[in-house]
Design a protein around this ligand. Sequence first.
Ligand SMILES: Nc1ncnc2c1ncn2[C@@H]1O[C@H](COP(=O)(O)OP(=O)(O)OP(=O)(O)O)[C@@H](O)[C@H]1O
Length: 249
Amino acid sequence: MAETVLEIRDLRKSFGALKATDGVSLDLVRGEIHALIGPNGAGKSTLIHQIAGSLTPDSGTIRFLGRDVAGLDMAARARLGLARSFQTSSLAREFSALRNVMLAVQARQGSSLRFLRPVMQDASLTEPAMAMLARVGLAERAHVPAAELSHGECRQLEIAIALALGPRAFLLDEPMAGMGPEGSRRLTAFLDALRQEAPILLVEHDMDAVFALADRISVLVYGRVIATGKVDEIRNDPEVRRAYLGESA
Ligand SMILES: Nc1ncnc2c1ncn2[C@@H]1O[C@H](COP(=O)(O)OP(=O)(O)OP(=O)(O)O)[C@@H](O)[C@H]1O
């Protein structure tokens, strides 16, 4: 039995009369990509926000690495290794790509007497940061300010930052959005390998990417998981086809 990294049980969140999360239970196990799909407004982002800690559930539990994270804010969950990626706003736009990753390396290493040395010459920061940039294919862009990177390069940089934080699980909300065909192909190959480092809960509208990558898929409709299964099970599930894939039963 695979080790459960993230365990969500009977999670509920309403906005007024709207039940955005209506009793969601799901697991993320070691080594997997678990895709979360569903129509617009189904509650996918709301769920990711609650797991990451930027939104408080009304009820239910979220356990990460065996620990109930209810009392932990977003930063504390990130320190535990819950990496939420693809928030472009998290980049320091005036800093180089390298400096952005170095900040993450530094955050992971914790405070030290490092302030005695010029940061950009500190090999204990630059070397791991360069290694992360190389992994995501940005080594040649290391000294370019984040503000001058393309949309796709910003996404790569966000992954490098997430990697530098030593993630134990990734929450990825629509990583393929705006990537273009070549960028999507590259990112798909990258995520395919990334699952070995830490499992991925993947919210994605690009069904080619989902079907190519997912070990399991959960389908969310009106805040409820209507099905969880392997790719073929989900593709052939009549309720899923009716509710989401837009087919008459
Ligand atoms: N802060 C909020 N206040 C009120 N309603 C909200 C809030 N956040 C989300 N909602 C509503 O909750 C529902 C779920 O929204 P959510 O963004 O989670 O859906 P989604 O599945 O991520 O959609 P999409 O695929 O379009 O990104 C929607 O009806 C949305 O309008």
